[in-house]
Design a protein around this ligand. Structure first.
Ligand SMILES: [Zn+2]
Length: 221
């Protein structure tokens, strides 16, 4: 298999990208602290800085029925790292759409660099809370359930008459080629439809408008 060329600067340069981080709240002893939360899909457990929990006056969990067993944890290139017990934290995080979620969860306490986020949501929390990391924009959100139901025009009209539901319209952002007459750009879907029909009359069929055409036709009935 041929190796890719390493000639250009872009291909050979090392890149440093900021770690995934979000702000959240920790509720402890009647106080609310706003702190950064690291989101790390490579971490196999959820961690908290020992300095942070001590500063909050929290004590490690020693409930017998919890019987927390901390496995041996190794950091990259290091020997086993020291841990300081398990702390239950009450936290609130908010995703990029403003959806808030509060939870209580055990974290393994360890030494963390003061420069790093004191709380690290690793794979367990990311998986359980269905957190989706958007790498391109460094955003995150709770996974959304998408549900699409198709209704007949008749049923849709009946539904609208029966219940005072809010109705949203999805508009296709079409960039249509200018007509020879240089008419102004269409602003509404009705104008779009008129424009498409005019284009269809004046020219050969435009296959790329097929979907929209059908959509608009359905709306007109
Ligand atoms: Zn516990």
């Amino acid at each position: 298999m041929p190796t890719p060329p390493l000639g250009s600067h872009e291909e050979s340069a090392l890149t440093v990208t900021k770690a995934f981080c979000t702000w959240g709240e920790v509720h402890a002893k009647g106080n609310v602290s706003s702190v950064p939360f690291g989101l790390d899909s490579y971490a196999e457990m959820d961690f908290v800085s020992i300095e942070f929990v001590r500063s909050q006056g929290l004590k490690p969990c020693n409930r017998k029925n919890h019987s927390h067993k901390i496995p041996s944890i190794e950091a990259a290139g290091c020997l086993a790292i020291k841990t300081y017990g398990v702390y239950h934290l009450h936290c609130t995080i908010t995703d990029r759409w403003g959806r808030q979620f509060s939870f209580a969860r055990p974290f393994v306490a360890m030494d963390r660099d003061p420069e790093d986020a004191p709380i690290l949501l690793g794979r367990p929390a990311l998986q359980e809370f269905r957190i989706v990391l958007v790498n391109s924009t460094m955003d995150w959100e709770f996974e959304r359930k998408k549900k699409v139901t198709e209704y007949s025009t008749k049923r849709f009209k009946r539904m609208l008459r029966k219940s005072p539901v809010q109705l949203y319209e999805i508009r296709a952002c079409l960039t249509l080629p200018d007509l020879p007459s240089e008419s102004p750009s269409p602003n509404t879907w009705k104008q779009c439809l008129a424009r498409i029909q005019q284009l269809k009359k004046n020219s050969k069929p435009l296959p790329t408008f097929g979907t929209y055409d059908q959509h608009f036709r359905r709306r007109r009935r």
